[in-house]
Design a protein around this ligand. Sequence first.
Ligand code: FES
Length: 94
Amino acid sequence: MLAVQVDGSDVTTIEGLAEGEELHPMQEAFRQNHGLQCGFCTPGMVMSAIDLVKDNPSISETEIREGLEGNICRCTGYHNIVKSVQAGAKAMGG
Ligand code: FES
């Protein structure tokens, strides 16, 4: 997406999720469930996961896998990422 396409919009990045020292519930879920290794893909995974869960708090494993399919992880094999999103969804009230 080009920056001009979000002109006038609010943009939240991974740096804007935590409240001081307290991680966002989805970030904490990734930490607790070993949802990352090198961390290269993690900001995109976390931001996508929050958006998926926001629209569908009781999201299924299949919906998580389909929703994250544009995010490539070269390290984890996705099992713990999916587990993290499920835990994050629950922590966010799903
Ligand atoms: Fe390394 Fe996903 S944790 S690319």
